[in-house]
Design a protein around this ligand. Sequence first.
Ligand SMILES: [Zn+2]
Length: 418
Amino acid sequence: MKKILLLILILCVSQFSFSQKELAKKLIDTLASDVFYGRGYVNNGNKIAADYIAKKFKEYGGQMVTDSYFQEYSYPVNTFPNKVEIKFGNKTLKTGLDFIVAPNSGSANGKYRLVKVTLENYKKEITRELINSDIQLAYLVNLPKANGRDEYFAQMDLKATIAQIAPLFVINDNKFTWSVAQETLTFPVIEIKSEFLLNHTSVSLNIENKLIDKFNTQNVIGYIPAKKWYKRKKFFVFTAHYDHLGMMGQTATFNGANDNASGIAMMLTLMKHFSENKPEYSVLFIAFGGEEAGLLGSKYYVENPVVPLKKMKFLYNVDMMGTGSEGIQVVNSTEHPKEFERLKKINEKYDLVKQIKPRGKAANSDHYWFEEAGVPSFFSYTLGGVTYYHDIQDRPETLPLTEFNDLHKLIVEFVNSF
Ligand SMILES: [Zn+2]
């Protein structure tokens, strides 16, 4: 009899854990599918994602704070909705795999002669070659790995200086990491693998950027009211950004499965959980836009709060929840040692993730503005596993969701401890 009861218990528990991860996988498969166009700046991807999240909020019992789930705002952004194409002879390179264009790239169209320059001689070379050239010039520089902040910024300056005159190739045989820019250079800066440059003295470029002065976007906001009416005025807050990098041209999609479809999946499974198991305090859910462009959605919220900041008891931001074989990192643990101890105790009690690593303040996701404005905030991301990040390989099929169930449990218990 005892054995049967134990078996039933094990089945129930595993069924519960199984369903969180299974549901998360479905949500991530959708949010990071190609029809969401990288939840960014091409083919309306950002709005498609926001509409999908609002639909899920409704389905999972999330209520509106105002008369809409959306909080709208806009910002300038540099985009690549048209061609981003490089050809050496007849060979067309693969966008995103063989090369990337820097986020602040401008446009270039035509055939270019490649001129090698160095950090030391580039000014002299550019002047000399310009006078003697009958064909458009593109420059190629092999920069050493920047040693510290000063060198990094010096290299950025160099790239910007050259890209005001001509297209610039920069060799990168390591990982490509894309981003979002809010301003633009005259010509493109292209990171490229050195193998494609062998034996070539000229190159055909067809790269077109489009600077949007006012890109319209929105935060998606919903909440689950507390079980008891007199506790409804205080909120535990969950945040995660849903935007990603969008597309680089018409073929390279940055799906952002780990960053941050996984965090939105965590948010939605938590909303469903607290809808079915009413919380002690109200729980607010904010899915931010504009994170990749510089934490813009969270900044807008803090400056224009829908639920006032002073009503927020604690905020938990999740970004990149897709791995976890090495545990998680908790930003701001040093600022809130009491809550951090509690989180660690819960982890030990239920034997969840391998380790919870402390980290100090960091402006690396949307918790940042809230903490600065006096709302106590944690930010967690998973450690270990695949390292795809801001590249076209960050896709649902490469994401293991190693600790998703345990993380879900950890966060639920943490909320319940308030
Ligand atoms: Zn992110």
